[in-house]
Design a protein around this ligand. Structure first.
Ligand code: ZN
Length: 246
């Protein structure tokens, strides 16, 4: 159903990444679909959300309308789905949970335990090129976080084994982090979305030992398996990545 970030847990922060097992949804949404409005019933998604939050012992999280940009929404109070367009959620309020939905895009969870600030980020390739992770970190630092204390967990996303891209997208991702984050295989270019974000955060001074990478690929991973927009040609559910401050 989900795994807990070992890095965040070690520092007393709750952060979890769901997979597609353990829910009630059927067919292309089988079974733990956490995305409303994709064709699954709202009742199924609501049930899945309750099950995940109860199992993970986390409050119902805040969510936003994700648009592949770099806008932030500051959240407080009870969790709900905001109608606002944003790809960063941030809070300094205890008992508040934040979540992003993904199916191949990269979920990024950030925390500064000492400052009591957390953020959740949705980073597809467009958001990565728009430097959404950098923007989230800047927003945390504005509110009193210290870069040396910032912990980052990069969740399951489309990995370089499966992320075939055009040369144009490859170039934009390399430019976004001033590194070569691509490889060629049989004439096709593949990009490393997680490494692009990792490199951006390292360049801003986040400590390497404070950044955790997922070992899963959402496209070809089987244990566990994930919803994958690319593999399933858009007809699929969503994972949820949740972080909370206690
Ligand atoms: Zn793969």
């Amino acid at each position: 159903m989900f795994y807990t970030s070992p890095l965040m847990a070690k520092h007393g922060i709750k952060a979890v990444f769901s997979d597609r097992q353990g829910g009630v949804s059927r067919d292309e949404f089988e079974s733990l679909n956490l995305g409303f409005g994709l064709g699954d019933t709202d009742a199924n998604v609501q049930c899945n959300l309750q099950t995940l939050c109860q199992s993970a012992e986390m409050p119902i999280p805040h969510q936003v309308e994700q648009v592949h940009g770099a806008q932030a929404l500051v959240c407080s109070g009870s969790g709900k789905i905001h109608k606002q367009d944003a790809d960063i959620l941030i809070t300094a309020e205890k008992g508040v949970a934040l979540a992003v939905r993904t199916a191949d895009c990269l979920p990024i969870l950030l925390a500064d335990k000492q400052a009591g600030i957390i953020a959740a980020v949705h980073a597809g390739w467009r958001g990565t090129v728009a430097k959404v992770a950098e923007e989230a970190l800047a927003k945390m630092l504005e509110r009193g976080a210290e870069v040396n204390h910032v912990l980052v967990s990069l969740g399951p996303c489309i990995a370089p084994c499966c992320f075939a891209v055009s040369d144009d997208v490859a170039g934009q991702l390399c430019d976004a982090c001033s590194q070569n984050v691509t490889l060629k295989k049989s004439g096709q270019t593949y990009a490393d979305l997680a490494k692009t974000n990792y490199s951006q955060l390292l360049a801003l001074g986040v400590n390497a030992e404070n950044i955790e990478l997922s070992k899963h690929c959402t496209v070809c991973g089987t244990q566990p398996s994930f919803f994958s927009y690319r593999r399933d040609s858009g007809q699929t559910g969503r994972q949820l990545s949740i972080i909370s401050l206690s």
